[in-house]
Design a protein around this ligand. Structure first.
Ligand SMILES: NC(=O)C1=CN([C@@H]2O[C@H](COP(=O)(O)OP(=O)(O)OC[C@H]3O[C@@H](n4cnc5c(N)ncnc54)[C@H](O)[C@@H]3O)[C@@H](O)[C@H]2O)C=CC1
Ligand SMILES: O=C(CO)COP(=O)(O)O
Length: 332
């Protein structure tokens, strides 16, 4: 029986399963499609999501989710955020009673605005101390190529965070820990929205000054939002905030950056969704995050302008959330 199970065999689930297996954990990866499980198990490849990567022989894959969960003492979740609730509803009862449940996801649920750790607690009816989240500058393909990378594991239980971090490490991947789940999760969710904005201005043809201005204001914007929801300011200066902003906004590997770039080039939201072969979580997070911001009275000009572009109500060439129409200069 496996020590750890990873549910979701897309780019991040497969990469994280490799991280765990390379760290010495007996790991099983659940893929929804039997042919994907077979390819991983038999040829040590996931060509659709991780071209050119050979997976460790110690990593096993199955399309039988209940077999994957049986005996697993830690469970890692890596499906698109909007798919998590139905999956847990159907199969959550197969998770072992004391196993920590770890979200690798960076989205909020549309409709409820719940963070993934909140959704897990609600759907499985388990204590928050059994739940952890992993976040940070973690572009999957770079990690699958074993480029040295750090992340942060967060849980309200320092013991759970430590247990997970001890598993989720190897000679190219290091996990730090914290207990600020709100800040860690919102960092991952909100950097996707800033990356959409950066993609848009890149698609329009603007250069580094515009991007650096938006990234810097983005850090302030996401920090204000997260703190208003109970996060610690420091967390957003760490790997899950600033770190992930730098990685995601600077890389064509980012799906959110890519989706933004297509918007900036003039494609509509519908065209962009149709062209994306992997999930760009920011697209589904825009509306729920806007509602959460409104509920706390937080101003989010970057989010608002990305939303206008997505809705077709603003020409991408006009996006400039760092310019203000206020008569008086405002504090940075
Ligand atoms: N790819 C990356 O670099 C990183 C991704 N993440 C997060 O990880 C989460 C998963 O993203 P990726 O693996 O990148 O997405 P992906 O688009 O590469 O793969 C998604 C996987 O989920 C599967 N899936 C879709 N609907 C499903 C359903 N109803 N039930 C079960 N499986 C389903 C797909 O078949 C696919 O295997 C997202 O929240 C993302 O933000 C976090 C850090 C890095
Ligand atoms: O979260 C990520 C990097 O840390 C991946 O970003 P994208 O989902 O935009 O590809």
């Amino acid at each position: 029986m496996p020590e750890v199970a990873v549910l979701g065999a897309g780019s991040w689930g497969t990469t994280f399963a490799k991280v765990l297996a390379d760290g010495g954990a007996d790991t099983v990866l659940w893929a929804r499609r039997p042919e994907a499980a077979r390819e991983i198990d038999e040829s040590r490849r996931n060509t659709r999501y991780l071209p050119g990567i050979t997976l460790p022989a110690s990593l096993h894959a199955t399309s039988d989710i209940r077999a994957a969960l049986e005996g697993a003492s830690q469970v890692y979740l890596a499906v698109p955020s909007q798919q998590l609730r139905p999956m847990l509803r159907e199969h959550g009862d197969a998770i072992e009673p004391d196993a920590p449940v770890v979200s690798l996801m960076k989205g909020v649920e549309a409709g409820t605005g719940l963070r993934m750790s909140e959704l897990i607690a609600q759907e499985l009816g388990i204590d928050a101390g059994r739940i952890a989240v992993v976040s940070g500058p973690n572009l999957a393909l770079e990690i699958a190529q074993e480029q040295p990378t750090a992340a942060v594991v967060s849980s309200v239980s320092a013991m759970t965070a430590r247990d997970v971090a001890k598993r989720a490490r190897n000679d190219y991947f290091h996990s730090f820990i914290n207990t600020d789940v709100i800040g860690t999760e919102f960092g991952g969710v909100l950097k996707n929205l800033v990356a959409l904005a950066i993609g848009i201005v890149d698609g329009v043809g603007h250069g580094e000054n515009t991007k650096a201005s938006i990234i810097t204001r983005g850090l302030a914007e996401l920090t204000d939002f997260a703190v208003a929801h109970g996060a610690e300011r420091e967390t957003l200066r760490g790997l899950a905030g600033l770190g992930d902003l730098i990685a995601t906004c600077g890389s064509p590997l980012s799906r959110n950056f890519t989706a933004g770039r297509l918007l900036g080039m003039g494609y509509s939201r519908t065209d962009v969704v149709a062209r994306m072969e992997q999930v760009a979580e920011g697209l589904a997070s825009v509306d729920p995050v806007a509602q959460l911001a409104e509920a706390k009275g937080v101003r989010m000009p970057i989010l608002e302008q990305v939303r206008l572009v997505l809705d077709g109500a603003m020409d991408p060439r006009d996006i400039a959330p760092h310019l203000t129409t206020d008569d008086e200069p405002i504090e940075e």
